[in-house]
Ligand binder design. Structure first.
Ligand SMILES: [Zn+2]
Ligand SMILES: [Zn+2]
Length: 65
């Protein structure tokens, strides 16, 4: 079972808590921030390039988990 450091927080895309969903629907990007898989995928597809919604660092398009 993967441990996610930021799992106790909220997804910064939809502002929903991670506690409501199974771990496998959360995705950790290369900067270390964690979002719902659907949220970060939608964010990247929405013309935001490869920038993390929180820190704006470039993130890998490949899942890190
Ligand atoms: Zn979300
Ligand atoms: Zn980040």
């Amino acid at each position: 079972m993967p441990s996610v450091d930021h799992a106790a927080g909220n997804c910064s895309v939809c502002m929903e808590s991670f506690g409501k969903i199974p771990d496998e629907t959360a995705r950790r990007v290369s900067c270390g921030h964690v979002y719902h898989h659907n949220c970060i995928t939608g964010w990247l597809l929405n013309g935001n390039g490869n920038s993390c919604p929180l820190c704006r660092r470039e993130i890998s398009s490949r899942p890190m988990i």
